[in-house]
Write a protein that binds this ligand. Structure first.
Ligand code: PA5
Length: 424
């Protein structure tokens, strides 16, 4: 369970004051009477997921582990950030024990990047998982056409057994193409939007291929939905966080810096930015989601946070028990003068850096700090964290009077781009 500490947040009122409003909006969310309630399937997904499909995901993942060196995930936004966040958080950036490498394309128009992916996979045993709910996303469609031709050239008839489509149950170009070609397909549920879909087959297949327990992801999600399930704000840390954000924005803070101390959680921050930015940034409202990995970014952004314009508050996501820790070695000669740390654990140093930074930013810099602590970096923790942030973003956006589950703003650039590209 994620723990919340608001004692450094400089709130000028207690979140409890918002109790009645929160209870009212929670009822609207649970009873599906809130704006966008057609897209709240994530709330009961941990129980309601299709068990037959789940078994098929496990079988398919095993097959890929046996016959492939690389899984190419072809998707963008909600159709790739969830699995990438989970895989990197749990397995790390240079995983030693992952049977199949997972790499990503379909998330850019960069010819250089797309070409580099194709060069990288050309002599490897490859499976492709193309992921798109609409089936028409241009970044994904461009990369997939190139991948499809590559797979057909490389594997002939066998290509169809090495391409898997995760898409809408019945509609869309990708579904029609997959049916025609005879690809295995998995379903993105109608009632779960892109940025909430990492817990569905969108995430579950790549995560399982990476050797991570998807049973644990769903267990963490289900437990989280209970732990952050109370309508009473005093018993619900997710809702306290949701309200604290609103209070801080009322106090003039329009930017939230999401801070982590684990480099392998950087994609969790990207996932969080999409979840929060796309859900809340509408109707001329919202807090701009930004992120940093400390202590790395203390050497770049630290100056601004400490002494710059007071536009932001920080939300720190600490990890209580990282999967690995070890002592700093002693050195007989001590030429680097580092022996004062000999025998101390590296994670202890990381935690002291976090404590010192919190104190500097809060007390000298005057920056409000919210502190969240997750127990570890396991598959279970990932699922549980999803529940925490899903509930929080739904509540904090409803408090603005906006629909948390649509994204009308992302269509505008597409219209302009299609015109320039000459799309009918
Ligand atoms: O949250 C969203 O809706 C978006 O980020 C989508 O996930 C993204 O645009 C990809 O869409 P699709 O899955 O239709 O290809």
């Amino acid at each position: 369970m994620i723990k919340l500490d608001l004692s450094h947040a400089k709130l000028n009122e207690s979140p409890s004051v918002w109790k009645d409003k929160v209870a009212e909006l929670d009822a609207a969310l649970v009873n599906k009477t809130c704006a966008g309630s057609d897209f709240t399937g994530w709330m009961t997904w941990a129980q309601d997921y299709d068990k037959e499909e789940f078994a098929r995901i496990l079988t398919t993942a095993k097959k890929i582990q046996d016959n492939s060196d690389v899984l190419v995930v072809c998707g963008i936004g909600g159709s790739y950030l969830g699995p990438r966040a989970c895989i990197e958080m749990v397995n790390g950036l240079y995983p030693m024990n992952q049977k199949v490498e997972v790499i990503y394309t379909g998330n850019t128009f960069s010819s250089t990047y797309i070409n580099q992916v194709m060069e990288y996979i050309k002599d490897k045993r490859v499976t492709v998982n193309v992921i798109s709910k609409s089936g028409t996303t241009t970044e994904t469609a461009i990369a997939f056409r190139i991948l499809k031709q590559f797979m057909e050239d490389k594997y002939g008839d066998e290509a169809k057994d090495r391409i898997i489509a995760t898409t809408d149950r019945a509609r869309g170009t990708l579904k029609a193409l997959a049916d025609k070609e005879g690809y295995e397909t998995f379903v993105i549920p109608d009632d779960i939007g892109g940025r909430f879909s990492g817990i569905t087959p969108v995430g579950l297949l790549p995560i399982a291929v990476a050797g991570i327990s998807i049973e644990d992801v769903l267990k963490g999600l289900g437990d989280g939905m209970k732990e952050y399930g109370s309508a009473n704000i005093d018993e619900n840390p997710s809702y306290q966080y949701a309200v604290a954000r609103r209070i801080l924005q009322n106090q003039g803070y329009d930017v939230e810096m999401f801070v982590e101390y684990e480099p392998q959680m950087q994609k969790v921050a990207e996932w969080w930015k999409q979840l929060f930015g796309e859900s809340e940034g509408k109707d001329g409202l919202g807090i701009l989601p930004d992120s940093a990995v400390f202590s790395t970014d203390l050497h770049s952004l630290g100056q601004f946070i400490q002494d710059g314009k007071k536009v932001l508050f920080e939300t720190n996501l600490y990890v209580d028990q990282p999967p690995v820790d070890f002592p700093f070695p002693s050195d007989k000669e001590n030429l680097d003068n580092m022996n004062y740390l000999a025998g101390k654990s590296i994670d202890w140093v990381n935690k002291m850096a976090a404590q010192g930074t919190l104190d500097a930013h809060e007390n000298t810099g005057g920056v409000p700090n919210i502190v969240l602590t997750m127990p570890g970096m396991t598959a279970y923790d990932f699922g549980n964290m999803c529940a925490f942030f899903f509930k929080a973003i739904a509540m904090t956006t409803l408090l603005n009077g906006s629909n948390p589950f649509n994204q009308p703003g992302v269509e505008v650039y597409k219209k302009n781009m299609f015109k320039l590209l000459g799309k009918e």
